[in-house]
Design a protein around this ligand. Sequence first.
Ligand code: ADP
Ligand code: MG
Length: 236
Amino acid sequence: MAEEVLMRMENVSRTFVMGEIRVEALKDTCLDLLKGELVVILGPSGSGKSTLLNIIGGLDLPSSGDVFFGGKNLSHADDEDLTDFRRNEIGFVFQFYNLISDLTARENVELAANLVERPIPVEQIMSDVGLGERMDHFPSQLSGGEQQRVAIARAAAKNPRLLLCDEPTGALDFQTGQMILSLLSRINQERGSTVVIVTHNTAISAMARRVIRMSSGRVVEVSYNPSPLPPERIEW
Ligand code: ADP
Ligand code: MG
């Protein structure tokens, strides 16, 4: 089957200016994301991974360059188009979960599901992530791994075309992290969402068919892995 490009980035740069200081967080990046792929963006701390992911997800705009998605150039999109893009196409998962603490797990997921026309039913997605029994707990009553599963349910409930995960296992122990990666892999396979996992952990790249390696704000290598490992077989 031909590989279909979901997003194309051309010569994307992002410079942060703070007074006299300029940080070139992302330099002249060209990159395709393919429909339905699971891709890992790998690089050390400070290499520009989050900057890149935030631009992919429409949380931030490039200083220069183009980001094409579904016939639109997001780098020139107005606020309304960008909001629509984030609402309908993007699910975001963060290292520290970013759940709303005074809403239950179910309510956190509902909030996101209600943004889109055809969400996955909340009960179904909660049971998919293994939290069918704990839906009415508040985040503080859940373990880190459970909170991350709620965050994944929240992102996946929108059935987004892009599921973006910024260091999703960064705050978790090895076994819990592995379970989170299995869940992301399952969502990729079952729902066909393009899943992008950002990590500094080299071991995790073994689960991806494509690995985008970053260093000092640049994509330095895109490698193809003909036989990705199931997350259950990854160790770190
Ligand atoms: P990574 O996610 O790989 O750790 P980041 O994308 O967060 O890297 O950061 C890349 C570089 O850009 C770092 O030097 C960081 O300090 C800088 N940076 C990131 N976000 C901002 C910001 N909002 N303002 C200023 N500098 C930033
Ligand atoms: Mg980061």
